[in-house]
Ligand binder design. Structure first.
Ligand code: SF4
Ligand code: SF4
Length: 449
């Protein structure tokens, strides 16, 4: 592991939350099991791509691990029950994103019965699996990107036609302030992580090296993994500068390989594949234990009375997590799914935890940094902070003027929505939301033409 030269990229910010100890709240807390919900709610869209179709009816009994939502399109991933019990409804329910989605509701019978066809595999059986077999198992188990993107993993680990991937980057940067679930996973399940990485290397064709990329504020995880990887020829760990958005795919690639992903292209065009730590562990569980995704590790943190890191079953209401953490401290005005930089505000706490939920963060106005807006001061700080070499102040103005053509010319689509510009702006302008709006308008205009 390189301690001397930390991997990094140009731009980015150093969020104050970090200096004030956002991660200290939970980074030393072992992963604890959250009780199962009484009623589990499974939205049929928990991934990028086509939503699933329910394959159960009201009144059916389901078991843990049973597929209750089947893939409808090529880019999709099946959904499995996380409790045993009775299907009590199929109806539209609000999700963390704020939109209603067709959902299956299961009343937990408390028996915790698993389906029988969960397939434990012996080392011999695992050694005999082909790349295609590994991808088929990952697909059957509904594995999606657990770093927030929720892209179906069986597609991600399919080599592109030219298969020029020479570097697999395992994203353990966890650069968002407050979040610690990946850190805890690296400390508590390192063997599974390394086993999952070996399966990814096999699925992609066996040739590439793999690098576990970890921000240098997780020195314990870096040294643990470094020790375990001593005998491995093609897997290593690399320490990265503690800077946001170090965990964004494009910036990780630059930090590790010094390559740039060209505008509008995917990581494969720079010879890289980026997979999150939790996803690699989910691949291990799927292949070794035949275990579909029925739970996920989240940090429940910020202004909660008893913050912690929890293994939560999918379908658990956000309210249950808040209650389990002893409720809010006084004056909490905001609950965010994800980190403070890129997360989504939650307005209805009945919404369920889904596969890719990584964190629930409660914040008071003071910690959320909510302040009145003024006019742009033309200070240029947003330009300096933008890791995509954009001009956020200009894009912000073009979005307010709804000048989508010019926004396209100023490369609005290259914005990775990291929020660094909004964070650094002394005028407190909603730059990222405005650019997000511009991106949507530019994409619709391009589709129309
Ligand atoms: S313009 Fe986009 S990529 Fe650049 S700092 Fe703002 S949100 Fe990040
Ligand atoms: S950081 Fe804010 S105030 Fe400064 S130039 Fe950018 S938009 Fe204007």
């Amino acid at each position: 592991v390189s301690e001397i030269k930390l991997g990094s990229f140009r731009g980015g910010v150093f969020p104050l939350h970090e200096i004030h100890g956002g991660k200290d709240l939970t980074k030393d807390m072992p992963i604890a099991q959250m009780p199962a919900p009484d009623i589990a709610v499974y939205p049929m869209a928990q991934h990028i791509g086509a939503p699933c179709v329910p394959n159960v009816n009201k009144g059916d009994r389901v078991l843990i691990g049973q597929e209750i939502g089947s893939m409808k399109g090529f880019v999709s991933a099946p959904i499995h029950a996380s409790v045993s019990g009775e299907v009590v409804a199929l109806e539209q329910k609000l999700t963390i994103s704020g939109s209603p989605v067709l959902s299956v509701l299961v009343k937990n019978d408390g028996k915790d019965e698993w389906v029988e066809d969960i397939q434990e595999r012996t080392p011999g059986e695992i050694a005999a699996l082909s790349a295609q077999d590994i991808r088929a198992i990952v697909k059957k188990c509904g594995v999606v990107g657990l770093g927030g993107a929720s892209f179906p993993t069986h597609i991600k680990i399919t080599p592109p036609p030219d298969n020029a991937i020479d570097t697999i980057i395992i994203n353990g940067a966890e650069c968002e302030p407050y979040l610690t679930s990946d850190h805890r996973l690296m400390l508590e399940q390192p063997e599974k992580l390394i086993g999952g990485i070996k399966l990814i290397i096999r699925a992609i064709g066996g040739g590439p090296r793999a690098v576990i990329a970890v921000e240098n504020n997780k020195k314990d995880a870096i040294s643990l993994l470094d020790g375990l990887l001593k005998a491995e020829k093609n897997i290593s760990v690399k320490a990265l500068e503690v800077k946001y958005p170090q965990g964004s795919e494009k910036h990780l690639i630059t930090s590790i390989t010094k390559r740039q992903v060209p505008s509008g292209k995917l990581p494969a065009s720079a010879g890289c594949l980026v997979v999150n730590v939790g996803t690699a562990i989910a691949i291990y569980d799927a292949v070794h234990h035949g275990r579909p995704i029925v739970d996920t590790v989240i940090s429940a943190t910020g202004d909660l009375n008893r913050p912690g890191v929890f293994l939560v079953r999918t379908g658990t209401p956000v309210q249950q997590v808040i209650d389990h953490c002893g409720g809010f401290k006084p004056d909490v005005t905001k609950v965010i799914s994800g980190g403070p930089m890129m997360g989504i505000s939650i307005y209805d706490y009945s919404v369920p935890i889904i596969k890719s939920t990584s964190s629930l963060l409660a914040m008071t106005d003071k910690h959320a940094g909510i302040a009145p807006q003024t006019k742009c001061l033309r200070c240029g700080r947003c330009v300096k902070a933008c890791p995509m070499f954009l001009m956020p102040a200009v894009l912000n103005r073009l979005s307010v003027m709804q000048n989508w053509e010019e926004a396209d010319r100023y490369n609005a689509l290259d914005c990775v929505e990291c929020g660094s510009c909004t964070y650094i702006c002394p005028a407190k302008l909603n730059i990222t939301s405005n650019i997000r709006r511009a991106k949507r308008a530019v994409m619709s205009a391009r589709k129309r033409s």
